[in-house]
Design a protein around this ligand. Structure first.
Ligand code: HEC
Ligand code: HEC
Ligand code: HEC
Ligand code: HEC
Ligand code: HEC
Length: 374
């Protein structure tokens, strides 16, 4: 009881501090309070940060879970790459904010992200804060600023409802060696070149947010094909639920959808529940809708061969053929846009599903650029 009152007193004082300036010294603990009823409150010590009056058993129940169905979520999560992708060990101070629960919580709490010697993968407490909130509301779903990584192109805001949580991690990292779209028609091979000094000349791997928005690609102003976006970019349902509308759709056999976030598995095949969202694709039979994935793979393969022939792409490591000792110099710089676009579409991993029109216009223009057609 005494502990509980102390915690409550501190809470009350803290809220006073917030609006009324410095508080005086803590008052004496009350002496005459009634003991709580037997059960949850009796003698219970509330830990710092736990929601007041939290009923542990609404989640940690003796037998059957009827409130949140947490066990099902845990079961699905166990099948996800979040749980078992293995990158929770990328726990250095510049990686932990996306690869570990501990680093992400630091970031979302406005703290400096530090190296996490004892790291765990992106789990329940990354996306939710069940002990603090007493439920599974999302830890954060505000709009996210994405780095454009192109000279002269301002960063932009990603705002797709619940999907904003995903974009906190599935977003580009900064890239120091930037292309300049205003030079997209440059023929100045004497003064205009780009010097790539790392094989990882791309915006890391979480480019799905950019792809859905139709941003991040290198666009030539004299390219044969105008770049546009698919319906997914502007759909009001996708604008509201973002990534979750497809990836967290009704689970199928508990191996896809839901917290597995996977849409295709060996065991269960494709999960089309999200595609069939009312007003979308009522009669769809495959994720490869109208052959979009097949087409994207074909374009990626063609471009890959052209980039390898130019000596720009290492097809074993799937990185640029560049290092600090052996930089890759491309002249005029705009030609490197083809390599940039290849990495963007390749790392998106949806084979064009996120934004078929955008991905394939970038690829076709890049192929034409490598073939010297413009
Ligand atoms: C809104 C749901 C919810 C409530 C209420 C809740 N917990 Fe939890 N708790 C979780 C989840 C989710 C986990 C993560 C592990 C899992 O999936 O079981 C967890 C894990 C834990 C763990 C293991 C810690 C760890 O790091 O693995 C402890 C201990 C715990 N809770 C104690 C409590 C106590 C004590 C209360 C009541 C004061 C409480 N919980 C109330 C959802 C809840
Ligand atoms: C805290 C950061 C973080 C958040 C938030 C996050 N992810 Fe991830 N996600 C990752 C990381 C890191 C990986 C790669 C894990 C690995 O390979 O170890 C990943 C992997 C995935 C994969 C599997 C990719 C593959 O290559 O098979 C999918 C699908 C996915 N995330 C979807 C989502 C969706 C949808 C959301 C939002 C509901 C989301 N993620 C939120 C960090 C995050
Ligand atoms: C802004 C968030 C973010 C940061 C910071 C970040 N990563 Fe990642 N990383 C991701 C996401 C998201 C994925 C998974 C993408 C997917 O599978 O779709 C990923 C994937 C990876 C992969 C797997 C690549 C593959 O081919 O499957 C490695 C390795 C990796 N990151 C290493 C690192 C290292 C090392 C750092 C720090 C130097 C780092 N990451 C920093 C978000 C981030
Ligand atoms: C990568 C982010 C992410 C991780 C990790 C994650 N969740 Fe969730 N969770 C979500 C999102 C997003 C939703 C909302 C889904 C929706 O409304 O479509 C959600 C919804 C839920 C719900 C349903 C809430 C309700 O009120 O209907 C439960 C229960 C839940 N999560 C439990 C868990 C548990 C337990 C874990 C850990 C095993 C976990 N989550 C891990 C993102 C995540
Ligand atoms: C319109 C539905 C839809 C939306 C919206 C969507 N995705 Fe996807 N995503 C897919 C499909 C379909 C695939 C391909 C899955 C496959 O081939 O197994 C995919 C693939 C992925 C992959 C690679 C998974 C793998 O297994 O290789 C990641 C990671 C991913 N999406 C993350 C996201 C993120 C993050 C968002 C939000 C920014 C998002 N997606 C929005 C449908 C969607």
């Amino acid at each position: 009881m005494k502990n509980l009152l102390t915690v409550l007193t501190v809470f009350a004082l803290l809220s006073l501090v917030a609006c009324e300036g410095p508080a005086g010294p803590a008052g004496k603990d009350g002496a005459t309070g009634k003991d709580g009823a037997k059960g949850q409150d009796a003698g219970f010590v509330y830990f710092d940060g736990f929601k007041e009056g939290l009923k542990c058993a609404s989640c940690h129940n003796p037998d059957t879970d009827t409130v949140f169905f947490k066990s099902a979520a845990t079961f699905q999560w166990n099948a996800s790459k979040h749980a078992n992708g293995g990158t929770a060990f990328e726990s250095g101070s510049s990686c932990a904010e996306c690869h570990t629960t501990e680093g992400f919580v630091q970031k979302m709490s406005g703290k400096t992200v530090t190296e996490q010697a004892n790291s765990s993968p992106v789990g329940c407490f990354a996306c939710h804060s069940p002990h603090k909130n007493g439920d599974f509301t999302l830890r954060n779903s505000s709009a996210v600023t994405l780095f454009s990584n192109l000279t002269g192109v301002a960063d932009y805001s990603f705002d797709y409802g619940k999907g904003n949580l995903c974009a906190q991690c599935h977003r580009p990292r900064t890239q120091a060696v930037k292309l300049d779209p205003s030079k997209s028609t440059s023929t100045d091979a004497v003064n205009d070149s780009i010097r790539i000094t790392s094989g990882r000349w791309y915006s890391h791997y979480g480019v799905q947010s950019q792809m859905l928005m139709g941003k991040g690609g290198y666009e030539w102003s004299n390219a044969p094909e105008a770049v546009s976006n698919s319906f997914h970019t502007t759909s009001t349902s996708i604008k509201a639920d973002g990534c979750t509308i497809c990836h967290m759709t009704k689970a199928q056999g508990n191996y896809s959808g839901g917290h597995s976030m996977r849409l295709e598995t060996e065991e269960e095949g494709m999960n089309l529940n999200g595609c069939k969202t009312s007003g979308c694709h009522a009669t769809i039979t495959t994720l490869d809708y109208k052959g979009a994935m097949t087409t994207t793979h074909k374009n990626l393969d063609t471009l890959k061969v052209l980039l390898a022939q130019a000596g720009w792409l290492d097809t074993l490591t799937m990185q640029a053929k560049a290092s600090s000792t052996k930089p890759l110099v491309i002249k005029p710089s705009q030609k490197a846009g083809a390599l940039w676009n290849f990495f963007l579409v390749e790392h998106d991993l949806s084979a064009g599903v996120h934004n078929t029109a955008y991905a394939n216009a970038l690829l076709r223009n890049s192929i034409a650029k490598m073939r010297g057609q413009f």
